[in-house]
Design a protein around this ligand. Structure first.
Ligand code: NAD
Length: 484
């Protein structure tokens, strides 16, 4: 299968924080891939901006080095890399001051769509939005892209929204959650709403429970300072896992338009029941053979921030009453795995007595990481003449095998940046959506802080604390293993 590349309109893209880690690792290599694929028109311009003083030539060298580091040699032919680097300019601006903005204004073309990508600390979002407006750089057609974390709680998220909305309309604001740019996540919508197979079963009558796991095998060493202020709930659940939950649980939108999709997602968040502390397990990894403890990684022996969280949620609406959703995410776990498992109920009547023992039942597994794809677990007769014995097989579809590696290897950032240029907000979080997710998360965080709760220790390389297993066992269910 060949990827269809539809070039986007000419654009001027300004990246604030262009010398930072995210720009070097993801945004600029991603843009290079799109350039190589022919999606970027030849007159597109990328303007880097940051606090460091440098000339455009120096910036091009820096970006060339980043691409050499983060893009495989066979994917970066020198002539194409040179051509891409010619599209780059640099303007030095300390965004907390008023110097440099006129130089930026001069580089931008009057009739070209302007996109401002804020790959900087959220503390700078307000300053940049304001100066783009007061220096008359932002136009009514401009777009502004902001990175996570979008707030630390409801109040700070509201303040960020206010700062942006003072100068930009909601239709101009693109809040990135890079999980939404993953192929499988978008495929969730296709799977549910472009097939008639699953939707009739997609409810509490047929689905026993849903498990969403985002497990990492590494700890937080190297970014402990940031992480300890945040924790698994704020860093992962409130945004990424919540987005996955929304796509699984939402009602079919009437149209595939950004606001129809986002309206349905907000309804899911608003329907979530409050989660009692007994249905939440928080953990912190211990030291292991090859790693320091969480306390050492964050240099805070008294930290009560969780590096692991598991919880049981219920969605208080007609479709999902009585189907729990179990979420789990953490650091230093057994493997790096992200998946959604939809576990179906047993048939209402068993005509194979004694033949179903040990059977786990039908499940639809949507894999985000590794090897994006979908598996459907079904029960069949064990082949051979031994009578009617039942066994389970997986109908396994790897996207890379089915569609080709080229089609599936795109990074989420590549897709999302092109969506911004196209003006498609479907895969970006709306302001009310982010606020609703914080409004849901805040009372839980307040409850464990008020209870002075200490997270449970767990061994690195494990599946998290024992208590997380118990949370599932209480309901007579089991977590899927993390990794093989
Ligand atoms: P970083 O510290 O590596 O880079 C920050 C950039 O901001 C640098 O280019 C710096 O020059 C610029 N900057 C800082 N203060 C400035 C000022 N006053 N004026 C102008 N420029 C200024 O940070 P990063 O890791 O690239 O992260 C950027 C943003 O993206 C943060 O909000 C972060 O939370 C978010 N993010 C990062 C990652 C990641 O993998 N690095 C992932 C998700 C989200």
């Amino acid at each position: 299968m060949v990827a269809r590349v539809i070039p986007v309109e000419p654009f001027d893209l300004v990246i604030f924080g262009a010398t930072g880690d995210l720009a070097r690792r993801k945004i600029l290599p991603g843009l290079f891939h799109r350039f190589r694929a022919g999606q970027m028109p030849s007159d597109a311009k990328i303007i880097g901006s940051a606090r460091s003083e440098m000339e455009s030539a120096e910036f091009r060298t820096l970006v060339g080095a980043a691409i050499a580091e983060f893009v495989a040699p066979d994917l970066r032919p020198q002539d194409q890399l040179d051509a891409f680097l010619q599209r780059l300019d640099y303007v030095h601006i300390d965004v907390t001051g008023d110097i440099g903005w006129d130089a930026l204004q001069k580089i931008l073309r009057p009739d070209t769509i302007r996109t401002f990508y804020l790959s900087v600390s959220p503390a700078l979002f307000g300053a940049i939005a304001e100066r783009l407006s007061t220096h008359a750089i932002a136009t009514p057609q401009s777009r502004i892209v902001v990175e996570k974390p979008f707030g630390h709680d409801l109040e700070s998220a509201r303040a960020l929204n206010r700062d942006l909305l003072r100068h930009f309309d909601e239709a101009q604001i693109y809040r990135i959650d890079h999980y939404l740019g993953k192929e499988t996540v978008q495929n969730l919508m296709a799977l549910r709403f472009a097939n008639s197979l699953f939707e009739p079963l997609w409810n509490a009558t047929h689905i026993d429970h849903v498990q969403i796991t985002v497990a990492e095998s590494l700890g937080v060493a190297g970014r402990g300072g940031y992480y300890d202020q945040s924790g698994a709930m704020r860093d992962m659940v409130q945004n990424h896992l919540m987005q996955l939950l929304c796509l699984i649980a939402m009602e079919p939108p009437s149209k595939f338009t950004p606001n129809s999709v986002r309206d349905e997602k907000v309804k899911v968040i608003e329907a979530l029941d409050p989660v009692p502390l007994r249905d939440i397990v928080r953990g912190q990894y211990r030291a292991g053979r090859d790693n320091q403890s969480y306390f050492d990684d964050v240099e805070n022996p008294d930290s009560r921030t969780e590096s692991f969280i598991a919880m049981k949620l219920t969605v208080g609406n007609w479709r999902w009453a009585s189907t729990p959703f179990y979420l789990r995410t953490g650091k230093h776990l057994r493997d790096r795995v992200s998946e959604i498992a939809v576990i179906f109920k047993d048939p209402p009547h068993n005509i194979f007595p004694n033949k179903m023992e040990g059977r786990k039942g039908n499940a639809l597994i949507i894999r985000l990481q590794p090897d994006e794809g979908i598996t459907l677990r079904t029960t069949i007769k064990e082949p051979g003449p031994g009578g009617m014995r039942l066994t389970e097989v997986a109908m396994d579809m790897s996207f890379a095998d089915a569609l080709g590696k080229d089609l599936t290897s795109q990074d989420a950032y590549e897709r999302l940046v092109m969506d911004v240029i196209r003006g498609d907000q479907t895969l970006f979080m709306r302001g009310d959506e982010v606020e609703a997710a914080w409004a849901w998360a805040d009372p839980m965080i307040a409850a464990w802080e008020e209870a002075s709760q200490r997270p449970m220790p767990y061994d690195p390389g494990s599946s998290g604390p024992e208590e997380a297993l118990m949370l599932m066992h209480q309901g007579g269910r089991r977590w899927r293993p993390i990794g093989d």
